[in-house]
Design a protein around this ligand. Structure first.
Ligand SMILES: *[C@@H]1O[C@H](CO)[C@@H](O)[C@H](O)[C@H]1NC(C)=O
Ligand SMILES: *[C@@H]1O[C@H](CO)[C@@H](O)[C@H](O)[C@H]1NC(C)=O
Ligand SMILES: *[C@@H]1O[C@H](CO)[C@@H](O)[C@H](O)[C@H]1NC(C)=O
Ligand SMILES: *[C@@H]1O[C@H](CO)[C@@H](O)[C@H](O)[C@H]1NC(C)=O
Ligand SMILES: *[C@@H]1O[C@H](CO)[C@@H](O)[C@H](O)[C@H]1NC(C)=O
Ligand SMILES: *[C@@H]1O[C@H](CO)[C@@H](O)[C@H](O)[C@H]1NC(C)=O
Ligand SMILES: *[C@@H]1O[C@H](CO)[C@@H](O)[C@H](O)[C@H]1NC(C)=O
Length: 758
């Protein structure tokens, strides 16, 4: 009966903690059992991963601003060794790899940084972040107690730490870095290294500590992390996790907001209700630091994608999408959650929660400051059954698989299930050539069988393609079997074996075909007819970019598989011809019950990716050079360049939903007692049309809402009057304003709107 709690006029004062730090002021960072302690203040911290090379420096400020508006305190990033030290001893920190600039950009926004130096990153990144040259050091063995490896690892760790120190970027120097990570999820594979692995963990911790960063070090997924290094949790849920010492805070370094995409797979997504549930359970059960992996995923430009077969888009179903747009309802739902958690901060950091069972699958976790002063988290962990629970003499409605937050132990300000406010490369790694001699009278048909440990291969007989075969992300190796015809005499059989996720390069790149300087070279031939459906061919053309400042994308649906460059910048690999399996998808995935990466999939039977992100800063006015290397055959005449201008937003709020906070009015301290539908466009856009509005019992989801059996008249007009032409607007979910089409029935207001640039 959440409804009762909201009758009358409840005026809550929201305490917005001075977010987040004053620039340039030196602070100490330590920790205790309950929290990371910054300058003597115990803090509950909300963090999000943004990997700097997965976007361009031009958009970093915008991404970080949206992260801050979304309620984050901390930005977490890995450091990518292989791109920073492409050749031993030769460092690179320019452009997208300008780590110092990135950290300073976060600092300018007033957020903290968690710097995960590793130097092993994994991250679906090329070779997990290790430089290829490392592989060729004699007697080297990665990630174990091996001297050649330890020497290189220590050199790089020291290099990065010293760089940060020189720029005064650690908190004790007035900088934003409050945490650092050494190694990465080593606990998952440590067993394979035996005692060498255990010693390596000790060594890694000792080496990190000796660098004297003055901020705490963490090791994620590392139960034996030696003191004072904090062991942290990664996973879809971490509420059950406990650190290896009571002197350490409970931290979650990777909460997967979705999952990465691989060529040949459907799109994984994670319902925001389940994500919010996981976060709220974690904070309800003693958590103090939580990081979204990823808050913004971005793009695997060039050959940065790891293998096997990781796609070029690293969107991750993150709260900020690959193109830098806010993803609703996820972003808004989490923003409201962050507000609610911050309202409980002073309780969370002062005690351990007291557990109280309220019924089957019904739980309360209560944080007391004093006997009558508390914050509570009420959970219903049942996968199917909604429930009404009684807590402190009041009744609360808890939908299945949801948690309600009561910052004063009385009023629900947020429920995780409601409130959705709306708010190759193919790279020539191996080319093998064989000859088969067919003597007169011999059989000319033979069975060719290729067992490949590579990821894909083109098979040629007498210089003609007879097959193209490939594996998938889970099993990259494959077998190719085919009957082939041979001619009399000397036949050639050639295999072009390709890896997707290892850096090598194409001959054309060494020649410079991808660069503007060779755009008019005689290496290119031109004829009347554009060759289509050809294997191993380079194409070039020029295009005029659509106007505006928004990001662009190339639609490569007509192409097969290959790589693409714009003005010499590598957009990445494409593989439009590889379709995802046609079954296993469900667009309306039930958020209730445990999530895993294969639970919620969409886009079955489609290519994993046909749109490829071109950052706006990579194009200019006038002609832009587009170069493609196609490997298996496509039709470049059908390529188009798109831009995104319109943004659809949507909101569905029920009469019984808690009143939520106006995030776009940062100074607003009072929230109204009546739930509201709030619409908020991206900066520089305004609501240009209301595509749908219904008050009553609307059904469906954002993008496909429809009227239910009961709906009020004139609602569209009311919403239009309140919103058209505005960047932000709100409409109270009240029968006084909207009328009552079905008295006694719990009603909702659903709105879908379009935002367009001003
Ligand atoms: C570490 O830093 C502290 C405080 O800045 C300093 O006193 C100490 O000498 C440093 N130790 C090393 C090994 O650099
Ligand atoms: C909760 O209580 C309300 C009001 O009494 C009732 O309509 C609803 O069916 C109850 N829900 C459950 C799950 O018992
Ligand atoms: C791929 O390799 C795995 C492990 O070596 C093996 O079990 C599997 O049979 C191979 N698959 C193919 C298609 O060769
Ligand atoms: C067959 O052709 C290959 C490639 O042209 C050549 O290297 C090889 O010597 C030839 N073999 C014979 C028996 O002619
Ligand atoms: C290539 O030649 C065309 C036509 O002469 C010219 O407009 C264009 O600027 C040249 N492109 C480059 C990159 O030199
Ligand atoms: C390209 O080749 C495929 C398979 O050989 C064929 O089905 C298709 O029709 C061809 N497309 C064009 C445009 O020639
Ligand atoms: C898709 O999910 C909805 C909601 O959980 C469920 O009702 C439906 O049966 C599912 N459909 C398929 C094909 O799995």
């Amino acid at each position: 009966m959440g409804k009762i709690s909201f009758c009358g006029l409840i005026v809550l004062v929201i305490i917005i903690n001075g977010c987040c730090f004053e620039r340039g002021v030196a602070v100490t960072v330590s920790y205790d059992h309950r929290a990371i302690v910054i300058d003597g203040h115990r803090r509950v911290l909300l963090s999000g991963s943004i990997h700097y090379p997965r976007s361009t420096p031009e958009v970093w400020p915008e991404l970080i601003r949206k992260s801050k508006e979304g309620g984050l305190d901390v930005i977490e990033t890995y450091v990518f060794w292989n791109y920073h030290e492409p050749v031993k001893g030769q460092y690179y920190f320019e452009g997208r790899f300008d780590l110092v600039k990135f950290v300073k950009t976060v600092q300018e926004a007033g957020l903290f940084v968690h710097l995960r130096i590793g130097p092993y990153a994994c991250a679906e990144w090329n070779y997990g972040g290790f430089p290829l040259w490392l592989h060729f050091i004699p007697r080297i063995q990665f990630r174990t107690t091996n001297t050649p490896f330890k020497i290189e690892m220590e050199l790089f760790l020291t290099k990065i730490v010293n760089m940060m120190k020189e720029e005064k970027l650690f908190a004790s120097q007035g900088g934003p870095i409050i945490l650092a990570q050494v190694e990465n999820e080593y606990g998952n594979i440590q067993w394979a290294y035996g005692i060498g692995g255990d010693l390596y963990v000790q060594w890694a911790a000792k080496t990190a500590l000796s660098l004297n960063t003055t901020v705490p070090w963490v090791m994620c997924v590392q139960n034996d992390a030696p003191d004072p290094v904090i062991n942290t949790c990664n996973g879809f849920y971490c509420d059950e996790f406990t650190p290896n010492s009571p002197s350490k805070p409970k931290m979650w370094t990777e909460n997967y907001v979705g999952w990465f995409l691989a060529f040949g797979y459907a799109h994984p997504f994670r319902p925001d209700e389940d994500l919010a549930f996981a976060v709220t359970r974690f904070f309800g059960k003693g958590g103090t630091f939580q990081n979204y992996y990823m808050y913004f995923g971005g793009t695997n430009f060039g050959r940065t994608a790891g293998g096997p077969l990781v796609a070029t888009s690293y969107d991750y179903d993150a709260p900020i999408d690959e193109y830098g747009f806010i993803r609703q309802p996820k972003w808004g739902h989490l923003r409201d959650l962050h507000r609610a958690i911050k309202q409980c901060e002073r309780y969370l950091v002062s005690s351990d929660p007291i557990f109280k069972k309220l019924g089957v699958n019904l739980e309360a976790h209560i944080y007391y400051k004093s006997p009558n002063n508390c914050a509570a988290f009420l959970s219903n962990v049942d996968k199917l059954l909604d429930a009404n629970v009684t807590f402190n003499g009041r009744t609360y409605n808890l939908p299945a698989w949801s948690v309600s937050i009561l910052p004063d132990c009385k009023n629900v300000v947020y429920n995780t299930a409601k409130g959705w406010s709306l708010v190759s490369n193919f790279e020539e790694v191996v080319k093998c050539q064989y000859s088969v001699i067919v003597k007169p009278g011999e059989r000319k048909e033979v069975f060719l069988s290729v067992e490949s440990l590579g990821h894909a291969a083109l098979i040629f007989v007498n210089n003609k393609v007879v097959g193209f075969s490939y594996g998938n992300h889970d099993n990259a190796n494959f077998t190719f079997n085919k009957k082939i015809k041979l001619k009399q005499g000397n036949n050639s059989v050639a295999l072009l074996s390709m890896m997707i996720g290892l850096q090598v390069g194409l001959e054309g790149e060494y020649l410079g075909l991808d660069k503007s300087s060779l755009a008019n070279s005689s290496l290119w031939t031109s004829g009347m007819d554009l060759p289509i459906n050809e294997t191993l061919i380079w194409y070039k053309t020029s295009f005029i970019a659509p106007e505006g400042n928004g990001p662009l994308s190339l639609n490569l649906a007509s192409m097969g598989k290959g790589q693409v460059w714009v003005n010499g910048q590598s957009i990445g690999r494409y593989w439009s011809a590889y379709l995802a399996p046609s079954t296993g998808c469900n667009n309306s995935c039930d958020y209730r019950g445990s999530y895993d990466a294969s639970k919620c999939l969409k886009n079955c039977g489609q290519p994993a990716q046909i749109l490829y992100h071109v950052p706006r800063s990579w194009v200019h006015s006038g002609e832009n050079l587009l170069v493609l290397h196609e490997e298996i055959g496509g039709d470049p005449s059908k390529i188009s360049v798109l831009t995104r201008t319109d943004q659809e937003i949507c909101s569905l709020v029920s009469e019984s939903d808690p009143p939520a906070v106006d995030s776009w009015k940062p100074n607003s301290e009072v929230m109204s007692a009546i739930p509201e539908v709030r619409l908020s466009c991206e900066q520089g856009r305004h609501v240009s049309s209301i595509n749908f509005a219904s008050f009553g019992t609307p059904t469906g989801q954002c993008g496909k809402l429809s009227h239910g059996l009961c709906y009020a008249q004139n609602v569209l007009q009311i919403v239009q009057e309140a919103c058209i032409g505005r960047e932000h607007c709100s409409v109270p979910v009240s029968t006084t304003l909207l009328g009552d089409p079905c008295p006694g029935v719990l009603k909702s207001l659903a709105v879908e709107a379009l935002c367009t640039p001003q």
